[in-house]
Design a protein around this ligand. Structure first.
Ligand code: OGA
Ligand code: MN
Length: 368
């Protein structure tokens, strides 16, 4: 039966798993839940956690490609080089799952994760970057003609868009306003309604993020000229449906996809939806590299795993077990309030920076 939409089936199974197995919000008691799940165990459509590809599980250690060498360690004397990658990260070749797919596990240290997440919420979310964001449709402005867009002015009826983050951190329900923002654009802006890049509309691409991504590509001997990014902001209730990234004028260059905050299930399928996709666990600080065939494959994020960003106890204080007390101490001592807000956000959300080359010949002036 090769005509079934296997991608959609897997999305449903994973979403159900999130709703019925993982959710604490259900009014059902633990015993009731166990009973439900026991009944479903005989049902082959039930999703099982052991289907998840988790490179941190020893059974996937054979997929590890290269051990990192000295030249990868490019931290300066004292000051952190934010475009460097974490020298303790592991590179996994996931070609057996999808040809050309790599996962750099722990590509970013915890400090780097918080640095890039701060950039994403404080800077990349702002006017220069999000004039094509989803808030325009929420607030009723759907103008997308070139004359309007080329002015890169915010729509008047979007409230406080330039202060979205600042206004959000002190709300009664933390981040209530900010959580309405689902994506913003860096570099070449992508119009999700027209499914096109807007050649006359671009913001400057942050050079440090561009070099981080080329550094990541170099880890697996790939190269790209970074021209565009979509920054996705996922509250834990959000997901991204299966899709292809085929609006770029070249698909021969890799996509670099950086995960921050809560872990998620990333599905990678095939060039058609009729092939069953593989669920891969992506954690904060991981980078997925889609190159070769995998660049042409359906993929999506059906599930964000709430409360899975636990950086302080895991990385800063690995030897101590009293986590909640430690979290409090560490937050008071180690982080200023800005970083504390970012950590708080990351504990209930996921950020994905999805970085691409758009043009075949970026150095030539003309746009195709
Ligand atoms: C995208 C995308 C995946 C993710 O932005 O096109 O596929 O991990 N994102 O959020
Ligand atoms: Mn994509």
């Amino acid at each position: 039966d090769g005509t079934r939409d296997e991608f959609r089936l897997m999305e449903k199974r994973v979403k159900n798993y999130g709703r019925e197995v993982l959710s604490n919000q259900s009014s059902k008691s633990k015993r009731q839940k166990l009973k439900i799940n026991a009944g479903k165990a005989v049902n082959e459509t039930n999703f099982h956690w052991n289907e998840v590809v988790d490179v941190c599980n020893v059974r996937y250690s054979c997929l590890q490609v290269v051990s990192r060498n000295e030249s990868d360690i490019s931290f300066g004397d004292k000051k952190m080089d934010w475009s460097a990658t974490n020298s303790h990260s592991n590179v996994y070749d996931l070609s057996s799952i999808s040809p050309g797919l790599f996962l750099v596990s722990g590509a970013l240290s915890i400090e780097q994760q918080i640095y890039w997440a701060s950039k994403a919420v404080e800077e990349y979310s702002t006017v220069e970057h999000n004039n094509l964001n989803n808030l325009q449709s929420i607030y009723g402005n759907t103008e997308t003609d070139e004359a309007t867009l080329s002015k890169v002015t915010p729509a008047k009826d979007i409230p406080n868009v330039e202060d979205l983050w600042i206004n959000s951190v002190d709300e009664d329900i933390p981040f209530e306003t900010f959580s309405k923002l689902r994506w913003s654009c860096l570099g070449y802006h992508y119009d999700w309604t027209k499914r096109m890049y807007q050649k006359n509309l671009k913001s400057t691409f942050p050079p440090d993020l561009a070099s981080l991504c080329t550094n990541l590509a170099h880890l697996v001997n790939l190269d790209l000229t970074v021209e565009a990014a979509i920054v996705n902001y996922y509250p834990t209730s959000a997901n991204m449906g299966g899709h292809l990234d085929d609006a770029e004028h070249t698909m021969e260059k890799p996509i670099i996809s950086i995960s921050l905050g809560c872990s998620a299930i990333f599905l990678i399928g095939s060039t058609t939806r009729e092939v069953k996709p593989s669920p891969i666990l992506v954690r904060s600080g991981d980078a997925v590299i889609m190159s070769g065939t995998s660049r042409y494959c359906y993929h999506g994020v059906p599930l964000i795993l709430n409360s899975t960003f636990c950086p302080l106890e895991a990385e800063l204080y690995p030897d101590v077990s009293n986590t909640s007390q430690l979290l409090q101490q560490a937050q008071e001592q180690e982080y200023d309030s800005r970083a504390r807000n970012v950590v708080k956000y990351l504990q209930q959300a996921r950020i994905n920076m999805n970085v691409r080359q758009v043009r075949v010949n970026p150095l030539e002036e003309s746009d195709e």
